[in-house]
Design a protein around this ligand. Structure first.
Ligand code: HEM
Ligand code: HEM
Length: 438
């Protein structure tokens, strides 16, 4: 058994001996002085993002050995920890080791409370019940409005500002923390048009006031995906919101679709820069880009197409009289207009890759791959940006893109896990292990 496998068993064991992590487990406050007393292999504690973990039972099984961690025993190891681990390891492996909350933590207070204060632990059971009730109402709303794509885009633009180099420095690191609800962030060029999505969610926030914006935004995206026929993304909830515009990230962290890309690099390199900063691999970049199997672009928003709002400038795929793009084939597509990437743009399938592959075989996508105008994949009425084309022209990206073109199931599986990772970038959870919906 590998060290990692042993550790997984250990994690499961710890969960068993302590029982399923009680939803609203109250973590006691631990002072830096008390933390500092636990720095040897006999009793080794450390703090990460304001939570104190007892690493002692796990030291022997830690895949990175025990020598290095011991150097940081008894201290706030947030920075070094984040430089060596993927953020999701905190929830997957460290959560069962959590024993307390560090008093006077360096982490930014999330509620406008005095420095060092933490949010009162949530009643996770009650919170999960509210999420469930909200989910039911949101489902009916999305189904009625056909607003799946814009909710998926809102969720991605909240989380896609994450910068792993700032991991542990919340909220400067950006990510899924609800900051996109503020006008300061909605005014970023990449977010053009997303105010509408925030307004869609506002009544749900008013009704389910206890839910954080960050959760509501991710819940909307995850349900929209599922309603479009996509996978149920294993997203956790319990996010803490940034409280003011001061928590918004600087502009410029989201990808551009057309050149010139920053640094005058080509489209593939641009995608690697932007998504690499969030911690995504090449394969994950390709999987996530497949979200463009859904939705449209508008002249009034991104301006990357000449088609705007309304029937007058719709393509035949975005006009309700000539297309039924929903997964169930029912009538309705929300507001008419804009240009879509695929024909059935309210249905989650792998046509985004299949179309691109076909175009590549005809030499179209390849021609645009380095950052040209982006040849349409099959039909002049469909959208194809240089960043879409790059998935078929770059020799590494192309391996995943052609796999997904042939294997819809592989796409759905990989998309679900990359999407769950995206939905949790930079999130701070209360309780720290998050809340899983049934
Ligand atoms: C609660 C505390 C910790 C937990 C739960 C934990 C967990 C893990 C896990 C799951 C891995 C495997 C990485 C992977 O699968 O991607 C790992 C690797 C590693 N950890 Fe930790 N770790 C902890 C603390 C620390 C500390 C304090 C240090 C050093 C300051 C450290 C240094 C490393 C190193 C060097 C690796 C190997 C990275 C590599 O080979 O790329 N860990 N840890
Ligand atoms: C790979 C780099 C990406 C670029 C350059 C990009 C760019 C764009 C642009 C320009 C639009 C049109 C916006 C408008 O005019 O309304 C758009 C729409 C959209 N994007 Fe992306 N995007 C990228 C990645 C993603 C990812 C990772 C996701 C989700 C996981 C996503 C989901 C969407 C959705 C669902 C829409 C449609 C929104 C609607 O119909 O209202 N995109 N994207």
């Amino acid at each position: 058994m590998s060290a990692l496998e042993r550790m997984r068993v250990l994690s499961a064991h710890l969960r068993l001996v302590s029982g399923p992590a009680p939803p609203s487990r109250a973590l006691r406050e631990i002072t830096p002085a008390e933390l500092a007393e636990h720095k040897t292999a006999k009793s080794m504690w450390l703090a990460i993002d304001g939570i104190v973990y007892d690493m002692t039972p796990f030291l022997d099984d830690h895949p990175g050995g025990k020598r290095l961690p011991l150097k940081y025993g008894g201290t706030d190891a947030s920075e070094v920890w984040h430089s060596m681990h993927r953020p999701e390891i905190l929830a997957e492996h460290a959560a069962p080791l959590a024993i307390g909350v560090l008093a006077g933590s360096r982490a930014a207070p999330p509620t406008g409370a005095p420095a060092g204060a933490r949010p009162a632990a949530r009643d996770a059971r009650a919170y999960a019940a509210s999420l469930g009730a909200c989910e039911r109402e949101l489902r009916a709303f999305i189904d009625e409005e056909n607003c799946h794509p814009i909710l998926i885009r809102l969720a991605w633009h909240d989380s896609g500002t994450y910068d792993r180099a700032l991991a542990g420095r919340w909220p400067e690191c950006g990510g899924a923390n609800g900051s996109i609800r503020f006008d300061a962030e909605l005014a970023h060029g990449a977010n053009a048009g997303l105010k509408k999505a925030v307004l869609y969610l506002q009544p749900f926030k008013d009704k389910f006031i206890e839910l954080s914006w960050a959760d509501l935004i991710q819940l909307g995206g995850a349900i929209a995906l599922e309603l479009a026929g996509g996978p149920r993304s294993p997203v956790r909830y319990g996010r803490v919101d940034v409280e003011s515009e001061a928590g918004c990230p600087p502009e410029g962290r989201l990808p551009s679709a057309y050149p010139p890309f920053p640094g005058n690099v080509d489209a593939a390199t641009h995608l690697r820069h932007v998504f690499g900063r969030m911690g995504f691999s090449d394969a994950e970049i390709v999987a996530l880009s497949g979200a463009h199997t859904l939705g449209r672009a508008f002249r009034e928003r991104s301006g990357v197409v000449s088609e705007g709002y309304g029937k007058a400038s719709a393509t035949r795929f975005t006009h309700p009289d000539t297309n039924r793009p929903r997964a169930d084939g029912a009538a309705g597509l929300g507001m008419a207009g804009g240009r879509s990437w695929t024909e059935r743009w309210l249905a989650f399938d792998n046509s985004y890759y299949a179309d691109g592959l076909a175009a590549g075989q005809r030499g179209e996508a390849g021609a645009a791959g380095g950052g040209g105008s982006g040849a349409p994949p099959r039909d002049g009425a469909l959208l194809w940006m240089p960043t879409d084309a790059a998935l078929h022209s770059d020799p590494i990206f192309r391996l995943s893109a052609s796999r997904y073109a042939h294997d819809a199931r592989a796409f759905a599986t990989d998309f679900a896990s990359a999407h769950a990772k995206l939905a949790e970038l930079g999130s701070r959870f209360d309780p720290p292990e998050g809340i899983v919906l049934p």
